[in-house]
Design a protein around this ligand. Structure first.
Ligand SMILES: NC(=O)c1ccc[n+]([C@@H]2O[C@H](COP(=O)([O-])OP(=O)(O)OC[C@H]3O[C@@H](n4cnc5c(N)ncnc54)[C@H](OP(=O)(O)O)[C@@H]3O)[C@@H](O)[C@H]2O)c1
Length: 263
């Protein structure tokens, strides 16, 4: 069992699923490494053992296993690399996710797909789950391509989010870019609440709206972090991809832990 009872849930029921029946794709990545700390018993097959581009290999891997939930975090995640190698992003993020959806359909597995705040244009912020999507780069298009396949399967969740390492990794941060980003440890704990519920549909997971600079200072208060503006860099920076996370807070009441507000 995940071993924690979620209190104060409004719409979601407690499922108390057995962590040994969860398979996590992308277990060697940033999010996967965080999950391994919290839930070491989950199945974390490597990319080589469980390549999402190889449906047959995934089918045989699952043959002798009693998996009930697929947590799909594997992806080709670097936007600049995706710009250079779009075919690899089509394979991993669109065709790979479509394979994962087919596998879940065939075996009746619950699917949790990790998507991104970058599916939004970034011109208004506070995006709700049913706001129009409009990716502005190829990485985001490929993640939206994955969302399309997941949308065709009812027994699924699409989590849109933004996270980064537990220490801010750069020397400068944007003062004119807004986000709901939180550290990977905070976001992983929030995702756990979704995993340990029977929620289905799209859900936004993140913290309060803030600039990337404010996020960086909160994360690494003693680090010297310089100010950066969108006009300082040669690439385009989405101005505001912050997410409206009220649905999450209403269901899971986690807002108190992120913002300290009494909601
Ligand atoms: N980091 C963020 O800021 C952020 C924000 C929003 C959403 N997301 C989404 O969250 C998820 C996790 O992100 P992350 O930052 O943890 O990613 P990451 O550190 O780049 O890790 C990606 C993982 O996917 C695996 N992978 C890539 N192609 C694969 C394939 N064909 N088959 C199986 N595994 C494959 C990689 O394995 P190898 O390394 O062995 O190739 C690695 O374990 C992704 O879906 C990403 O789009 C990330």
């Amino acid at each position: 069992m995940l071993g924690r009872i979620i209190s104060n849930t409004v719409h979601a029921e407690i499922s108390m699923i057995d962590s040994r029946r969860i398979l996590f794709t992308g277990g060697s990545g940033l999010l996967g490494r965080e999950f391994r700390k919290i839930l070491p018993d989950i199945l974390y097959p490597s990319h080589r053992e469980f390549d999402v581009c190889n449906l047959q290999q995934m089918q045989s891997y699952l043959k002798d296993k009693d998996v009930s939930t697929m947590f799909h975090a594997a992806a080709f995640t670097s936007p600049p690399k995706v710009d250079k190698e779009p075919q690899n992003a089509i394979d991993a993020n669109i065709l790979g996710t479509s394979n994962v959806v087919k596998l879940c359909m065939q075996r009746g597995l619950r699917l949790i797909y990790i998507s991104t705040d970058y599916v939004f244009k970034g011109d208004k912020g506070n995006y709700k789950e049913d706001d129009s999507v409009h990716p502005v780069n190829k990485y985001a298009w490929s993640k939206l391509g994955g969302e399309c396949a997941v949308q065709m399967y009812e027994n699924s969740v699409i989590i849109r989010t933004s996270f980064g390492p537990n220490e801010f990794p750069y020397d400068k941060a944007f003062v004119d870019q807004w986000t709901s980003r939180e550290s990977v440890s905070v976001i992983a704990s929030m995702m756990l609440e979704v995993l340990d519920s029977d929620y289905r549909g799209v859900i936004h997971v993140g913290g309060d709206r803030k600039t990337v600079y404010e996020y960086a200072k909160k994360l690494s208060p003693s680090k010297m972090i310089g100010e950066l503006r969108a006009s300082d860099v040669p690439f385009s920076v989405p101005k505001d991809t912050s997410l409206d996370v009220e649905l999450y807070r209403t269901i899971f009441r986690y807002g108190q832990k992120i913002s300290g507000k009494d909601r």
